[in-house]
Design a protein around this ligand. Sequence first.
Ligand SMILES: [Zn+2]
Length: 332
Amino acid sequence: MKALIFDKQGTENLRVGDVEKPDPKDGEVLVKVAMAGVNPIDNMVINAIPGIKPMPHIAGAEFAGIIEEVGPSGKSAKKGDRVAIFNRYFDGTCDMCAKGMEMLCRNGYITGVMSNGGFAEYIAVNERNAIKIPDATSWEMAASLPVAALTPYHAVNRADLRKGETAVILGASGNTGRFALQFAKEKGARVIAVSRKQSMAEFGADDTVSSENALEKVKEITKGRMADFVLNSLGEKFWNESFLMMGSNSRLATFGTLTGPQVSLDLSGVYSKHATIMGSTGGSMREFRELASKSPDYKLKVWKKFKLEEGQAAIKALSSSDRDGRVMLQIS
Ligand SMILES: [Zn+2]
């Protein structure tokens, strides 16, 4: 089968190679990959994360496709099912899995980081990770559920965002940002999008403010009460203002540090505002199933689609300054 592989880290080393088609083991299914989303994590796998395996490596943490073959003890999966793949391997037996936090499985890892990923014609995954998607869900949407959608879905749930509260979403026009807006709106919140790009009203924003004067604008819109929920997955560059956007009893969630991880924190602000700062990573199987079932209702903006042969261009497109929407790999 064809796969986008690299023998040595570096975008320039990506090439399409002919590798052995995986054979689904007991409990696994073989998926013919239709579409993959390209995310910062893939860029990090290809360029930065030390110790990834196996080598040569196939990246790709987010993908969807059609079940081609069901392994020996297959339960409910059928050949021909359209599925999106929960991208964390989990054992289903540890204390975290027992609590429904499969993304924190003691023996878990992310597909495409510590195992080969979905930038290939076929991949074998655990049957329990392959979730059937509604017929009305596009391949582009299906291949956006495992990372771009699930990550903010869990963060918004974890923050217990409520109807009538105010949510500020930084990086609103990014992969996860556009979904975060929709999930915050779904909870009944008043949603303020922070984005340099056009209005995010289409994705559920009540107001779109520019990152240059976001703090001032949030103050104005909330009449000084500030936000109940702030999502900052951009990291240090926007840390101070995102902290200042937090109002009484507010929550701030982060699942990324695109502009750097180091911040300073005024602890007196944390207790006087009764603030909660929470880390969030991935999401649970239950949330992934929910997302899959609701996926026909969500909106997505695709910027560019590439073929496997254009893998280098796809990775470069991810950090293009005029990117406006998702970068995807169309595989079959
Ligand atoms: Zn586990």
